[in-house]
Design a protein around this ligand. Structure first.
Ligand SMILES: Cc1cc2nc3c(=O)[nH]c(=O)nc-3n(C[C@H](O)[C@H](O)[C@H](O)COP(=O)(O)OP(=O)(O)OC[C@H]3O[C@@H](n4cnc5c(N)ncnc54)[C@H](O)[C@@H]3O)c2cc1C
Length: 414
């Protein structure tokens, strides 16, 4: 038992939110304990961005809140206290420049998430963070003026407590949802959780043989009980079981089993524009095969053939004999192909968690609980899930920074 002097802050979870919060709080001399259940820290950070770690986005920081499905307003003070530019500077000043890709995603110049983790660990070491790995926190208790944390081998006291245990997806990385239990046991409201940034299982899925084909900035809409709930634009990928790709992953937070995704293969054209354009091409080339006309659109050839078959149009049908019913089926299939969502990918494949520590119970200007003084939250344990593109890591860094800043202020005030 280590029940001597209490730490100024104990942080549960050495992911990006916990590591950054610990490094920033300790930089001012605060005594910080960081407890990690895994033998090594940052397991999810290491696999982020397929190991390349898309740490943030080049966009304007004031546009960031629109990337969290209606929950981004809560993050505004955190983003303003630590912006994407601050994040770039932080890594650059520590020898790891950041570079962007054509979609505005920012990565470490080395494209190695291990380099990002190493900078964070070096910073923790330099600032004397007491990082203890292989120590799963099993319980937290509030005592007058302090918190008591227990692990299988020890107990610790601290004045402030930060829960930075992440979400509940990719559980093999250590994020098993413990933080929700800790928050709940301290009286903090937690909302229902579900997988986010997750692929869709489509059944029946007529394009399984075309897995790997992707569509840049495709139009699609989501329908529930025959009513459209939203329109989207984004990159879509055929998998062997259904749909994935950044556009689908981002939309998945709004999608439920039983919904229908209507996907367009006609690029920027609407259904009406495509119908008019197809008519024009058919009128002007009456002796051509319909398949040849379709090949004039930027639709992959294998998909063209499939769309003709699904529209009950023989391969060798000439435009002369192209009936109104066939044309209407083809237009519908090319612009609003209906794909029924049987299920969403589970927590084992979801890249983020929807739901978590309820935002109305947390002060957005400090990350401190409105109900339990001295209790703070950072990162994905909050009811925050960002779009693909670096938005989840920026949220982890910004909320970690703001929690650290608030803790340091309250330590100084005494
Ligand atoms: C495959 C994949 C790729 C991703 N790619 C990107 C990307 O490129 N860009 C991006 O912005 N986001 C990406 N994300 C999301 C991003 O990685 C997470 O949002 C981010 O890691 C959350 O940080 P966090 O610190 O809040 O939680 P985590 O990174 O989940 O860290 C939480 C830590 O808490 C520890 N912990 C949990 N319970 C306990 C306990 N009881 N005691 C002690 N320790 C505990 C865990 O072991 C873990 O180390 C990706 C996610 C996945 C799964």
């Amino acid at each position: 038992m280590d029940l001597t002097e209490p730490y100024d802050a104990a942080i549960i979870g050495a992911g990006p939110a916990g590591l950054f919060c610990a490094a920033c709080a300790a930089a001012t001399g605060a005594r910080v304990l960081l407890l990690e259940k895994n033998a090594d820290p940052g397991a999810k950070l290491l696999i982020s961005g397929s190991g390349q770690c898309n740490i943030t986005h080049t966009g304007e920081i004031r546009d960031f809140p629109s990337h969290y499905g209606g929950h981004g307003k809560f993050l505004k003070p955190a983003f303003l206290s630590f912006t994407n530019e601050n994040l770039k500077d932080f890594f650059r000043e520590r020898g790891l420049p950041v570079t962007g890709d054509e979609n505005g995603k920012l990565f470490p110049a080395t494209r190695q998430s291990a380099d990002v983790l190493n900078v964070l660990l070096r910073e923790c070491r330099k600032n004397n963070v007491d990082l203890r790995c292989g120590e799963p926190v099993t319980g937290v208790m509030r005592k007058p003026g302090e918190f008591l944390l227990t692990t299988p081998s020890a107990a610790y006291r601290s004045t402030a407590l930060v829960i930075a245990t992440g979400g509940a997806s990719y559980q093999k990385t250590g994020s098993t949802g413990d933080g929700y239990r800790f928050a709940g046991s301290l009286g903090q409201p937690v909302t229902a959780i579900a997988p986010a940034l997750t692929p869709l299982l489509i059944r029946p899925f007529p394009f399984a043989a075309l897995m790997g084909i992707s569509f840049e900035n495709a139009r699609f809409s989501v329908w529930r009980a025959e009513r459209k709930i939203a329109d989207y634009r984004g990159d879509v990928l055929f998998t062997h079981l259904g749909l994935s790709g950044p556009g689908i992953l981002d939309a998945s937070r709004d999608i439920l089993p039983g919904d229908v995704v209507r996907l367009s293969f006609a690029g920027a054209m609407t259904r009406e524009e495509f119908a008019a354009d197809l008519s024009r091409r058919v009128q002007g080339n009456r002796s051509w095969q319909v398949g040849t006309i379709l090949a004039g659109y930027p639709i992959p050839e294998r998909l063209n053939r499939k769309l003709l078959a699904l529209s009950e149009i023989p391969d060798d049908l000439k435009c002369d004999h192209f009936s109104a019913a066939q044309r209407s089926r083809l237009v519908a299939n090319c612009t609003e192909f209906p794909l029924a969502v049987e299920a969403l990918g589970t927590f084992s494949v979801a890249m983020a968690t929807r739901g978590g520590v309820a935002l109305d119970g947390v002060n957005p200007k400090t990350m401190e609980s409105k109900l339990v003084p001295g209790l703070y939250f950072a990162g994905e344990v909050l009811d925050i899930d960002g779009d693909t593109g670096g938005y989840n890591l920026q949220a982890a860094f910004s909320t970690g920074f703001l929690a650290a800043k608030s803790i340091v202020k309250s330590v100084k005030n005494g």
